[in-house]
Design a protein around this ligand. Structure first.
Ligand SMILES: [Zn+2]
Length: 369
C-alpha cells in the first residue's frame, strides 16, 4: 500500500452559504465522491480558536487558545495572541513526526500570525503575507492582505509545495476579508470561491489519491447592532470591561466587532449580579460564568475572563464609545456562525464520524498513534 498523504484546507469563513452561492464544480466533485457534513465549530466561532483546534485536534481547554486577545488576570495587561507562547498542545505536524507518519510537513496560511502560532513541527511554513522570494518569482507578486488575490496566491503556493515537496501532511488556511466585505451571492465573493475551486481542481488532478478535507473556522453573517457588555454592566453599577474575542490588528476585516466576548469584573464578588444584569441586556443570547463556559464549550478556564457572553444573530460586541450603536458589517464569533462544512475525499472515515471541524485533526491523530 502506498503512503497515505493528507491535505487539510480551512477556507476562512467558508460557510455553507458561501459554497452554495458559488460555482465550485471541483469542490462539489470531492463531496460527491466522498462526503459533505454539517459540523460545529468551536465556540467562540473565531479564526484563531478554530484553526488551532483543527491543527491540534483538540478543544481550547487542551490547546489554550481561547481568543485573539489575551488578558493576564494578575496584571490586567492585554496583548494580541500572535505566536505560540500561549499554545499548550503539540501541533498535528509535531505529532505526525513523533508518530513516524510524516517525513515532511507543510503549513501554508495567509496571515503571518497564524504561521507563528502553528509552525511547530513543520518543514515548510509559508505565509502569503510574507512570501518567500522563490515563490514570488514563480507564482507572481502577492496582493495586499485586504484582497481576494492573496488567498488565490496561497493556493497556488500550496500546489507548488505539494508538487515539489510531496509532504505527507499539509495544512492550508486562507483569510476572510472577502466574506467580511461581501455576502455569499455578491460577485467578488462568488469570484473568490470560484478561483479557489479552480486551483483545488488542479491540486486534485495533480495527485488524485491524496486524502483531502475542506472545512471552515466559522461562518459569516450581517450585523446591524453593537453592544459593549462592559459599559452595560458599568452603567448598571458593576465596574467591568469586555474584550470582544475577535479583537486583532486586522481592523479592516471586522472593526473588532464580533459575536462573543469575555467579561472581566473589577470585583469578582459581583459575579451573580453581573450575570443577572447581562441576561437583561439587549441582544445578549447566552451568559455563562467562566466555569460553566469552560465545561460547556471546552474552553480553558484561566483564559476566558469571569463571564462569557454570546450575542444574538444580528448583534456584535465591541469596545464602544457608547453602550449601544447601530452598525452595518459582516462578522462572526457567535453560535450563529458555528455551522460549517466538513468535506472529506479519499477519507477512511464517513460523515457520521465528524461532529466538529476539529475532528479532522482529532481523527487523523487517532489514526496515526
Ligand atoms: Zn476566520
Amino acid at each position: 500500500m502506498s503512503q497515505r498523504k493528507v491535505l487539510v484546507l480551512c477556507i476562512d469563513a467558508g460557510g455553507h452559504d458561501y459554497l452554495e452561492a458559488s460555482d465550485i464544480p471541483n469542490i462539489r466533485k470531492l463531496a460527491e465522491a466522498g462526503f459533505y457534513k454539517h459540523a460545529h465549530t468551536v465556540i467562540p466561532s473565531v479564526t484563531n480558536v478554530n484553526n488551532v483546534s483543527i491543527a491540534t485536534g483538540t478543544f481550547p481547554e487542551t490547546h489554550g487558545i481561547t481568543t485573539n486577545y489575551h488578558v493576564d488576570r494578575l496584571t490586567g495587561k492585554g496583548e494580541f495572541v500572535e505566536d505560540n507562547r500561549f499554545l499548550l498542545a503539540p501541533t498535528l505536524f509535531e505529532r505526525a513526526k513523533t508518530a513516524g507518519f510524516a517525513k515532511k510537513t507543510a503549513l501554508l496560511v495567509t496571515k503571518k500570525k497564524l504561521l507563528r502560532m502553528l509552525a511547530g513541527g513543520t518543514d515548510i511554513a509559508i505565509a502569503a503575507e510574507d512570501p518567500p522570494a522563490e515563490y514570488v518569482a514563480e507564482i507572481g507578486p502577492v496582493e495586499e492582505i485586504y484582497s481576494s488575490e492573496i488567498n488565490w496566491w496561497l493556493l497556488r503556493a500550496l500546489r507548488k509545495v505539494l508538487r515539489e515537496h510531496d509532504p505527507e501532511l499539509a495544512y492550508c488556511s486562507t483569510t476572510d476579508w472577502v466574506q467580511h466585505k461581501y455576502a455569499p451571492d455578491e460577485a467578488p465573493s462568488r469570484q473568490h470561491m470560484a478561483e479557489l475551486d479552480r486551483i483545488i481542481g488542479e491540486i486534485v488532478a495533480d495527485e488524485p489519491e491524496r486524502e483531502i478535507y475542506i472545512t471552515a473556522d466559522h461562518g459569516m453573517l450581517p450585523k446591524v447592532s453593537a453592544l459593549d457588555p462592559g459599559r452595560w454592566l458599568t452603567e448598571h453599577g458593576i465596574p467591568s470591561s469586555a474584550i470582544p474575542i475577535i479583537k486583532d490588528r486586522y481592523v479592516a476585516h471586522h472593526g473588532n466587532l464580533g459575536g462573543a466576548a469575555y467579561v472581566f469584573l473589577k470585583h469578582h464578588a459581583d459575579l451573580s449580579k453581573a450575570i443577572e444584569t447581562l441576561r437583561g441586556a439587549p441582544a445578549v443570547d447566552e451568559v455563562y460564568a467562566s466555569d460553566e463556559a469552560a465545561s460547556q464549550f471546552g474552553l480553558h478556564l484561566d483564559r476566558i475572563g469571569d463571564i462569557f457572553v454570546l450575542a444574538d444573530r444580528n448583534t456584535v460586541f465591541g469596545e464602544l464609545t457608547a453602550t449601544e450603536a447601530p452598525v452595518a458589517i459582516r462578522s462572526h464569533g457567535s453560535r450563529y456562525e458555528s455551522d460549517v462544512p466538513v468535506i472529506g475525499y479519499n477519507s477512511p472515515w464517513s460523515a457520521d464520524d465528524f461532529a466538529y471541524n476539529l475532528d479532522v485533526g482529532r481523527l487523523f491523530l487517532q489514526s496515526i498513534t
